[in-house]
Design a protein around this ligand. Sequence first.
Ligand SMILES: NC(=O)N[C@H]1NC(=O)NC1=O
Ligand SMILES: [Zn+2]
Ligand SMILES: [Zn+2]
Length: 490
Amino acid sequence: MGGDLEEWCPSLGSFDIQVHPNPLHHHGSFHWADDPDATLGSRYFEVRDGKIISVVQRPQDGAIFKEPMIDYGEAVIMPGLVDVHAHLDEPGRAEWEGFATGTRAAAAGGITTLIDMPLNSFPTTTTEEALQLKVEAAQAKIYVDVGFWGGLVPENAFNATALDGLLKAGVLGLKSFMCPSGIADFPMTNTSHIKEALPILARYRRPLLVHAEIQPDQSESGSEKRPQHNMDDPRSYSTYLKTRPPSWEEAAIRELSMVAEDTRENGLAQGGHLHIVHLSDARVSLDIIKEAKRNGASLTVETCPHYLAFAAEEIQSGDTRFKCAPPIREEANRKILWEALKEGHIDMLSSDHSPSVPELKLLDEGDFLRAWGGISSLQFVLPATWSYGREHGIALDQLASWWSTRPAKLAGQEFKGAIAKGNDADIVVWDPDIDFTLDENYNIYHKHPVTPYMGKQMHGKVLATFVRGNLVYREGEHAPAACGIPILAK
Ligand SMILES: NC(=O)N[C@H]1NC(=O)NC1=O
Ligand SMILES: [Zn+2]
Ligand SMILES: [Zn+2]
């Protein structure tokens, strides 16, 4: 590695990066996410004022190369990850996770853009004023770029003026829940709320993201109930699993697939888009999604590394670090999820980083029914996807598509998600061959170190992360200044 890298943020100015193909990892060809025809060979790209201004096979191919030149040798260079689903909880619950801690973890994990969820912070991001508070809280604290989803709740769903205000203020889209969210000031929406909001979102060409689970008896208690399962052992994972069967996801996704018909050509919400967050059920729910897509709906779906990494059978009694909703299902389901991802039926990945203060995980009692549902994982999504994905024969360009290109598109970030001329120089440099064990000595930058990945052996180490040409992280060190910016839709 050459060049003067001591110059951290706010800008490295102009520089060039040289990339050699990694002979161990080319999986047929080494290429950028947006350039499937690229053949094996060194590649160069040139960065100026935070933008990629050229990508060439050889320096003489039209680019004027200047110093400094950074040569990353055998390392893999990919577009920075775009995580469209993270809960940064500030303002209001900064003790759960915050902008500084969350984005430092993101930078260390190769994530260059993160879209913050409208809930778990207080107030929830359901009004223009609340968005303003979010932006103020993020200001000067973020190490990567951060956009914001707004919240669709019953209170604003039938109020077109309120939704217009929120969208004009710059949220990148809206998010709603079809079951209790676990947060009192983020009540769930039903199908009519969603149907009503979709044409408004369509006018802005912004998506509606939905937590797709429906609790059959529909009682809105704001928290999970302990119905007929209260005779079972609350420390046993299977007890929790039974409380949220695949039929919950199926019921929600069936309703959504009908609403999604409005997004088809000549539909009431043409130009609109529905996105299903964190799919866990790889069976009937996925079949409904495939059918809806075949019928022309503008619909996408994400899953998360924890559904691809873990299986219900291995979750130990009382280990509530693994509690999330929808729940992690059986090994057989995990296998089908991988197939669906590789075949393109699942469009992208996200972290759903949803930590709480450790006390709410009730780790001592190990009560799965009462513990906070949410998995902390932000910093580890790249090595987790790679480590577990290697067994399933995934390729680097698939990683870039699931983690960068497609999520950038969902979030409307046309200048992010790919290493291409004119794009932001958002880049992760990493070595897929370096193994590490996530243990107590590992630098975890999340607010709290509680994570189900603790103790796991993983492959893949992030060497450097650039956000708009700024070196924000390099091997255990962060830039002294927080040079991420809030992203607001125009
Ligand atoms: N409120 C919140 O973050 N809930 C999230 N946690 C989880 O496991 N699934 C969710 O939707
Ligand atoms: Zn959710
Ligand atoms: Zn979430």
